[in-house]
Design a protein around this ligand. Structure first.
Ligand code: F6P
Length: 325
C-alpha cells in the first residue's frame, strides 16, 4: 500500500460530458479511503497558479448530471516549460499533495508523465475526451454522449433534407480521429462517412450518391470527420459539387455542441467506475497508467502505450456503412 494522505484531481484538455462524474468519483472514493482531496481549477495552468480547492463529499454534490467540468480546464503553454512545471510541483508540495489524478486526453497524460519523471509524484489518468482516440480503452469519457448529440442533430437535419430533397454534408469533431463520425454515421443512417483513417475518394463518393439518386433516394447525408484527408465539410462539398449536382447541397458544421450536454447514463457510470479505480490504483502504489475499459472490464494501460499508439478503426463498422447505406 502507498503511504498517501492527500491527492489532487484536475481536468485538462478539451472538456467532455462525464468529467464531472469522474471528478465526483475520485473525490468520494478518496474520502472513503481516508484521504484528503484537493480539486485543481483550470488544469495545469491552475496548478502553476496554486488555484486549489479543498474538496469534501458535498463539494461534488449535484454535478453528476452536468456537462462540462466544474473544475474548468485550460491549455497551458507555461506547463510546457521546466520552470512552469517546477512552479506546479512547488504548489503541489505547498498543498501537501502526495498524488494526482488527471482526467483528460493524450496531451494531458503526456504532461502527467513528465511531472512524474521530473518530480516523482505518482499520477493516474482517466481518459476524458469526446474523440475516443486513446489506445487501450474501448471508450473515453464523453464519447458516448457526443455520439448521441451528433445522432440527434443528424436526425433533425434528415427531416429537412427529406422535405427539400437536399444533400447535406455534416462535419463532426474528432481532431484527427474518425470515431465520432463512424459511430454516429451508422446510428443516423448516413449515406457515407468520411474519416481520416481511410483514404477519401471523391469520385467514389459521387458514384455512391449518383447510384442512390438513380434508385430514387430523395435526400442524402454525408458525415465528414473534421480531420478527413480531403478536408472539412465545406471543402468536400465544393469538390463534389464540381462534378455532381443532382441535389441542392447544404453544409452543417456541428462544432462545440458536441462537447456539451448532460452526460449519458453510460458515460456517468463508466466515468464513476474509472474515477474510483484511479484512486484504488494510487493506493496500491500504481503510477503513470490510464484507467481504460476493454469489453466492459476496467484495465490499467501504461501512459506510453495509451498515448503513442493509434486506435485501430473497427473494420466491421466501416463495412456496415457501405452495406447499410
Ligand atoms: O479533443 C477534443 C476536441 O473537441 C476535438 O474533437 C476538437 O478538434 C478540439 O477539441 C477543439 O479544440 P478547442 O475546443 O480548443 O477549439
Amino acid at each position: 500500500m502507498a503511504n498517501l494522505k492527500k491527492i489532487a484531481v484536475l481536468t485538462s484538455g478539451g472538456d467532455a460530458p462525464g468529467m464531472n462524474a469522474c471528478v465526483r468519483a475520485v473525490v468520494r472514493s478518496a474520502i472513503n479511503n481516508g484521504l484528503s482531496v484537493n480539486g485543481i481549477y483550470r488544469g495545469y495552468q491552475g496548478m502553476i497558479e496554486g488555484d486549489f480547492i479543498q474538496c469534501e463529499k458535498h463539494t461534488v454534490s449535484n454535478i453528476l448530471h452536468r456537462g462540462g467540468t466544474f473544475l474548468k480546464t485550460a491549455r497551458s503553454d507555461d506547463f510546457r516549460t521546466k520552470e512552469g512545471r517546477q512552479k506546479a510541483y512547488e504548489q503541489l508540495q505547498a498543498n501537501e499533495v502526495d498524488a494526482l489524478v488527471v482526467i483528460g486526453g493524450d496531451g494531458s497524460f503526456t504532461g502527467a508523465a513528465i511531472l512524474h519523471d521530473e518530480f516523482g509524484i505518482p499520477v493516474m489518468g482517466c481518459p476524458g475526451t469526446i474523440d475516443n482516440d486513446l489506445f487501450g480503452t474501448d471508450f473515453t469519457i464523453g464519447y458516448d454522449t457526443a455520439v448521441n448529440t451528433v445522432v440527434d442533430a443528424v436526425d433533425r437535419i434528415r427531416d429537412t433534407a427529406e422535405s427539400h430533397n437536399r444533400l447535406f454534408f455534416v462535419e463532426v469533431m474528432g481532431r484527427d480521429a474518425g470515431l465520432i463520425a463512424l459511430r454516429s454515421g451508422i446510428a443516423s443512417g448516413a449515406e457515407a462517412v468520411l474519416i481520416p483513417e481511410t483514404v477519401t475518394y471523391i469520385d467514389e463518393l459521387i458514384e455512391t450518391l449518383h447510384t442512390g439518386y438513380l434508385q430514387h433516394k430523395t435526400s442524402a447525408i454525408i458525415i465528414v470527420a473534421e480531420g478527413d484527408d480531403e478536408g472539412g465539410a465545406y471543402e468536400i462539398a465544393e469538390k463534389v459539387g464540381k462534378k455532381f449536382n443532382s441535389y441542392e447541397t447544404k453544409v452543417t458544421v456541428l462544432g462545440h455542441i458536441q462537447r456539451g450536454g448532460r452526460p449519458s447514463a453510460y458515460d456517468r457510470v463508466m466515468a464513476s467506475r474509472m474515477g474510483n479505480r484511479a484512486v484504488e490504483a494510487l493506493l496500491r502504489g500504481e503510477t503513470n497508467k490510464m484507467v481504460g475499459i476493454q469489453r466492459n472490464e476496467l484495465v490499467l494501460v501504461p501512459f506510453e502505450k495509451a498515448i503513442k499508439h493509434h486506435k485501430q478503426i473497427n473494420q466491421e463498422l466501416l463495412n456496415l456503412v457501405e452495406i447499410l447505406s
